[in-house]
Design a protein around this ligand. Structure first.
Ligand code: PMV
Length: 330
């Protein structure tokens, strides 16, 4: 590692258009990278520490010489940043020959945290890429696998979809541990993300689904088959630029997620509000239990929709373009 070297990387947030949760058990999902990003800046420091600070308000320090296990007395910041630390340590241990050397990482993000937009995956991807670049010219495949290791510390059983889309970008049809394919869209695709402001825990939501699956296996399998059909039809609708059909499929997917028990009254009310205000379709995105709703709005009504929603709800409305580029290192 060259002392004084500074490397930066940025990675996008994502929306799950279709297939969240079922994707953990092998069904397909459709995800798009969005034009909101996390930037990580990494530099070498002259002390045996890994210092991480994030503009979400957390800043903490760990040893660069031994791996620290998460501790019960950890502060919220230490718990939040621990997976990033583990990822950084994983890179450093193969490269640090000198003692009294460490790394400092500064993270800036314009992705709301806990909103179902993949902020933790984007932070992992950008951090791994920036730290990895202090030593080498990292390949995207390597960044993806290292970031996924860190994601596994956070969620235990992630599908890998969030890290994948954040690394490679675009709009993809994703199946866990299989070859993924880019989806071609006839027209530019944009959505409005409406953040409920209720932070969710992806880990807790994944665990709810795990219990549901154990207790209701036949129902889970049938919901899963239904989601697979929705994803396949959505690929055609996107290809044809058929927004009406795409909106109907989003509504269908939301009903399945409600049946799975991961929606709640606030999210369902917000979905209804979107539909009452002209959305062609609306659904929760990501882990649910709060987080965000995505709405498909006819292009010419988007500004009007955002104004109307702003008057009725204090929720944050974010227009997003789907299919943005993936990881950048500079
Ligand atoms: O809410 P998020 O951004 O953490 O999305 C999680 C998506 C899940 O399908 C629920 C989990 C996964 O690993 O795919």
């Amino acid at each position: 590692m060259t002392r004084g070297k500074i490397m930066r990387a940025s990675a996008p947030a994502k929306v799950m258009l279709f297939g969240e949760h079922f994707v953990v058990y092998g069904s397909p999902a459709i995800l798009g990278a969005i034009d909101r990003r996390v930037q990580a800046t990494a530099r070498c420091i002259n002390s045996a520490e890994i210092n991480i600070s994030s503009n979400v308000g957390f800043s903490t320090s760990y040893s660069s010489q031994t791996v620290e296990e998460p501790r019960l007395h950890y502060s919220e910041g230490q718990r939040f940043l621990h997976p990033l630390y583990a990822a950084i340590y994983g890179i450093l241990k193969d490269h640090l020959v000198e003692r009294n050397i460490g790394v400092r990482v500064d993270i800036t993000s314009d992705i709301p945290w806990g909103a179902g937009l993949g902020s933790s995956a984007a932070s992992c991807v950008a951090t791994v890429a920036a730290v990895g670049s202090l030593f080498d010219k990292p390949q995207k495949g390597w960044v993806y696998s290292m970031a996924l290791r860190a994601e596994k510390i956070i969620h235990k059983n992630p599908s890998g979809a969030d890290c994948y889309i954040s690394t490679f970008g675009g709009l993809i049809y994703y199946i866990k541990k299989r070859q993924n394919r880019k989806i071609r869209s006839k027209r530019d695709l944009s959505l409005v993300v409406i953040n409920t402001g209720i932070r969710h825990s992806t880990k807790a939501q994944i665990s709810l689904v795990k219990d549901f699956r154990v207790q209701n296996r036949p129902l889970f399998n049938s919901l899963s088959n239904h989601v697979t059909r929705i994803c396949n039809e959505a690929v055609s609708a996107i290809g044809l630029g058929d927004k009406k059909r795409l909106g109907d499929l989003m509504n269908e997917n939301h009903s399945l997620l409600s049946e799975l028990g991961i929606s709640n009254d606030e999210v369902n009310d917000l979905v209804k509000l979107c539909l009452d205000n002209g959305a062609l379709g609306a659904k929760l995105t990501g882990a649910g239990g709060g987080g965000s709703v995505i709405a498909l709005i006819p292009d010419k009504f988007q500004t009007d929709f955002i104004t109307k929603m702003g008057k009725k709800k204090s929720s944050q409305c974010i227009p997003v373009k789907i299919g943005s580029g993936g990881l950048l290192i500079y």
